[in-house]
Design a protein around this ligand. Structure first.
Ligand code: ADP
Ligand code: MG
Length: 503
């Protein structure tokens, strides 16, 4: 069950000359299915291969070739649907969407317009300030991707790379439940997170793995609530669709620009024309690509080469029983079992690899302290080196060792930072480092007492000052720590200094 105890975030409001406006946003996210082969052919989906090396006769649209559905892609779509708490349709069907495009030689895209494999679902999008938006999913359908036309390699010729042609995409369509640019980015981030947990999409936006068409409209305060009550779209403004966004930052910039453009039109007494627009990141503006009037007639019809897709409930149940723990549940468990704060649990579960690393580090020791070490020391250090957790030079069990050394008072937190640095840069065991370098904390009060006595005897003037102003006792603690090379147990030093000075 989704945690519905969060408050909803406030919708983004823009003040116009004639009053306030609110934003309404719905996203169509295209997620490349993580599979080895394409949706209807055995060609590889490997990214970055030689152009046109991953192309079968089917992808090249050769006459007489017949598509064969890849069961792995269907399983991934089902898995994604289950991860989004969505209805799985045991019967779905493929349609042809006809259009001419040089990077889709078939002359049509095979997609699921009328009978998608996944129906209604929902996603909880946390905003990091204690609020969260529940975004309804309308559907997810499977479809083929197109290839890539290249126009900037030669002044006279265009080139085409068909490697991506026929790769499976999941189109995840949301309801218009998103109410601001930050929410839109957070929504894409949440989908990406869930799919990376599920292993159904790599979510690499730079590689075009995850792209979004962003629908934006504006309305007056109160109108959205009327839409919510009735599901009647006439309460909402006319929308524009911004195509093919593959950066969280650009998504936010495009929405902001587009909303302001629509408000200016409306306040000028003009209408918003429903159309497809493109975002230009250099000029930070959206431009018309095609209007609804000149929209293609795609002449959709059921693909005669493919039977309707029928799957069995048992098969779906099998997939469901193999689902990993998902981000919301993992986060709740981290808070409950390790006593982590909401924030720390969010940071650690943001990525499935981070979460696994933390759990391995926290095994059999203090979870809160382990979380601190992973988030503050390790993540900070990795960031400095431009590394991620998967190529961390220090392993999770070694972080665990450091935490245990601190917990057992073998080393102080300060010495632990030195141990961490040595372990990080030299591939050595923290326990061995502490042994070999003689870094064990001195808890033997006799030794600490001798050091305290010595400092007190050598500094009579400071002693007088500290007796008048107990805050100055800290100076003695510092001197003792220095004299013991930072190895004295700070609490023991503090207690002894206070006692000896009679404070
Ligand atoms: P189409 O078939 O024209 O693509 P859909 O009904 O499939 O239209 O909607 C496409 C996307 O547009 C969905 O994500 C939906 O939530 C969103 N959308 C629909 N109406 C609006 C609106 N008034 N403002 C913002 N987004 C909208
Ligand atoms: Mg659509």
């Amino acid at each position: 069950m989704l945690d519905l105890t969060y408050d909803a975030p406030k919708p983004k409001t823009i003040a116009g000359a004639t009053g306030d406006w609110e934003l309404v946003i719905g996203l169509e996210v295209h997620a490349q299915v993580a599979t080895a082969a394409k949706l209807f052919s055995g060609a590889s989906t490997q990214f970055g291969a030689e152009p046109n090396s991953n192309v079968s006769f089917i992808d090249a649209g050769m006459p007489g070739m017949l598509p064969v559905i890849n069961e792995g892609c269907v399983a991934q779509a089902v898995r994604t649907g289950l991860g989004l708490k969505a209805q799985i349709n045991l019967r779905s069907a493929f349609d042809r969407k006809n259009y001419f495009y040089p990077d889709l030689p078939q002359g049509y895209q095979i997609s699921q317009l009328y009978h998608p494999i996944v129906g209604e679902g929902e996603v909880l999008v946390e905003m990091g300030d204690g609020t969260a938006r529940l975004v309804r999913i309308e559907r997810i359908h499977l479809e083929q991707d197109a290839g890539k036309s290249i126009h900037d390699m030669d002044p006279h010729m265009s080139f085409v790379d068909l490697n991506r042609t026929g790769v499976a995409l999941m189109e995840i369509v949301s309801r218009p439940d998103i109410r601001g640019p930050e929410e839109a980015a957070a929504y894409v981030g949440k989908l990406r997170q869930i799919m990376r947990y599920l292993g159904t999409c790599d979510g690499n936006m730079q590689n075009g793995n995850l792209r979004a068409d962003v629908n934006v409209s504006v309305c007056r305060p109160g109108d959205y609530e009327k839409y919510q009550q009735t599901q009647d779209f006439s309460h909402l403004g006319t929308r524009c669709e911004i195509k093919n966004m593959n950066s969280m930052r650009f998504i936010q910039m495009a929405i902001d620009y587009e909303a302001r453009r629509q408000i200016a039109l409306l306040e000028d007494g003009k209408d918003v024309v429903q159309e497809t627009r493109l975002f230009d990141p250099d000029k930070v503006e959206t431009r018309s690509m095609r209007s609804k009037e000149e929209a293609h007639d795609y002449r959709y019809f059921p693909c005669p080469d493919l039977l309707p897709l029928e799957i069995e409930q048992d098969w779906v149940d099998d997939i469901a029983s193999g689902l990993p723990e998902l981000p919301d549940e993992k986060k709740a468990r981290f808070i409950r079992d390790f006593g982590l704060s909401d924030y720390d649990a969010s940071v650690l579960t943001a990525d499935v690899d981070n979460a696994a690393f933390f759990e391995a580090a926290a095994e059999g020791t203090d979870g809160k302290l382990a979380a601190n070490w992973v988030i503050n020391e390790l993540f900070g250090r990795l960031k400095k080196d431009d590394r991620t957790i998967s190529d961390s030079p220090i392993s999770a069990p070694r972080i665990g060792q450091i935490v245990r050394l601190i917990k057992s008072d073998a080393i102080s937190g300060k010495i632990a930072k030195d141990v961490f640095e040595i372990a990080y840069t030299s591939d050595r065991d923290p326990e061995e480092i502490v042994e070999t370098e003689g870094l064990k904390q001195v808890t033997d009060t006799g030794a600490i007492e001798a050091a305290v006595d010595e400092i007190i005897a050598a500094n009579p003037a400071q002693v007088e000052k500290a007796k008048a102003n107990p805050k100055l006792a800290g100076w003695f603690v510092g001197q003792v720590m220095k004299a013991t090379g930072g190895k004295a147990n700070p609490k023991a030093v503090n207690d002894l200094v206070t006692a000896k000075l009679g404070l």
